[in-house]
Design a protein around this ligand. Structure first.
Ligand code: NAD
Ligand code: DAU
Length: 359
């Protein structure tokens, strides 16, 4: 198909990252009449190996590019005439944002505004069927006590440089909707887990460490709560919101699946012992309580009833089922893990955890 004969031309940013790669795969396979254009800078977190199975598809293109480069983004919109954008590119790790907030401001705030400016200009004469979908996080709502849930009405109260940058980008999207009638929609999701997640985040890091008999660095007392969603379920939700979400609206996406970190880690240890054929209790011996994350948010929990009521989405994977799929994927993809944990990442790991284990 030539570029102009596709029914829709969709720009997906950050498509070589964890969630982005699942979204790209879903769209490429499900919508052969859409052109799926994956724009990714390929930072330490972006990996084209995540998309090997679909890279030759005739409705897929990849380009390496940086959303902070306004001139490049404007030219790309001019050249490609996208009618939809699903914006996932971001700096996404809280610990890194504590080390280097500026990169989060550049990518997450400036990058988002650059994309909206380019889309606004490209779509100025015709808004029909145009849509900018901004992917955000539940962390913008701050931290909960023992009770309650984040709804779409919960006031923003970001607590980390990462969540402050995401909240800021959300505010810009809302301001563009309000000021320019910009055709955008936002979703805020809870913690994702699954294949292809960079092993700096809790679940893949701990799978990797158990596999290698390394300590499992649990921050603080481990009594912090997160709401976990299998990444394939998030990708399905993104498909539904992109096609059926109402312009100007926000949708919360979550797993109805809260776990205290320490309980999750113990479950992971049990499952890993089973998968590795080790006696029960082997992995748990690796649990090591380390210095806490500064400003650590106590609890996140999403009320995902709006997206269920209005768009019919709900999670489909049980937690243990998703966790087993995830563990097996990492155990079967050791090469992938070895490649992404070499080089620069290794240096980051040593810097991040040396001081924590030193306490
Ligand atoms: P990730 O870190 O795995 O991937 C981010 C991708 O963006 C990478 O491929 C990276 O190369 C790319 N990127 C970074 N800077 C770029 C730039 N300047 N220009 C172009 N590409 C760039 O992140 P993820 O976990 O897949 O998260 C994707 C999105 O979903 C983010 O916006 C994040 O805030 C949001 N989110 C993540 C979670 C989660 O649990 N992982 C939950 C809710 C929301
Ligand atoms: O809630 C959605 C957010 O979830 C996303 O927006 C972020 O992009 C994503 O990184 C994630 O943020 P968290 O900070 O919750 O994820 P992380 O995997 O880094 O940590 C999960 C919990 O585990 C958190 O309470 C911190 C704790 N933790 C994490 C690491 C990396 C540890 O105890 N030890 C660790 O080594």
């Amino acid at each position: 198909m030539s570029k102009s004969s596709f029914k829709r031309k969709i720009l997906i940013t950050g498509g070589a990252g964890f969630i982005g790669s699942h979204v790209v795969r879903l769209f490429v396979n499900k919508y052969p009449d859409y052109l799926i254009f994956n724009l990714d800078k390929l930072t330490y977190a972006g990996n084209l190996e995540n998309l090997k199975d679909i890279e030759m598809a005739s409705n897929y293109r990849f380009e390496r590019g940086d959303i902070t480069d306004a001139e490049y983004i404007n030219d790309l919109f001019h050249q490609m005439q996208f009618d939809g954008v699903i914006h996932l590119a971001a700096e996404s790790h809280v610990d890194r944002s504590i080390e280097n907030p500026m990169q989060f401001i550049l990518t997450n705030v400036l990058g988002t505004v650059n994309l909206m400016n380019a889309a606004k200009e490209a779509w100025k004469n015709n808004l029909e069927n145009k849509r900018f979908y901004h992917i955000s996080t539940d962390e913008v709502y701050g931290s909960l006590g023992e009770q309650g849930y984040f709804t779409e009405q919960t006031p923003y109260d970001p607590q980390s440089p990462y969540s402050a940058s995401k909240a800021s980008s959300d505010h810009f999207v809302r301001a563009y909707i309000n000021t320019y009638n910009f055709p955008a929609v936002i979703s805020n999701c809870s913690n994702n887990y699954g294949p292809n997640q960079f092993p700096e985040k809790l679940i893949p890091l701990f799978i990797h460490n158990i596999r290698n008999g390394k300590p499992l660095p649990v921050y603080g007392d481990g009594n912090y709560t997160r709401d976990w969603l299998y990444v394939v379920d998030h990708a399905q939700a993104i498909d539904i919101v992109f096609h059926h979400g109402k312009i100007g609206e926000t949708y919360n996406i979550g797993g109805w699946n809260e776990w205290k970190n320490i309980d999750l880690v113990r479950l992971l240890c049990r499952l890993m012992d089973r998968e590795l054929g080790n006696p029960e209790g082997t992995a748990e011996k690796l649990i090591t309580f380390v210095k806490d994350r500064p400003g650590h948010d106590k609890r996140y929990a999403i009320d995902a009833s709006k997206i269920n009521r209005e768009l019919g989405w709900k999670p489909s994977f049980q937690f243990e089922e998703g966790l087993l799929l995830t563990i097996r994927w990492y155990l079967n993809n050791e090469e992938w893990l070895n490649r992404v944990t070499s080089g620069d990442y290794q240096k980051y790991y040593e810097k991040q955890y040396r001081s924590k284990f030193d306490i």
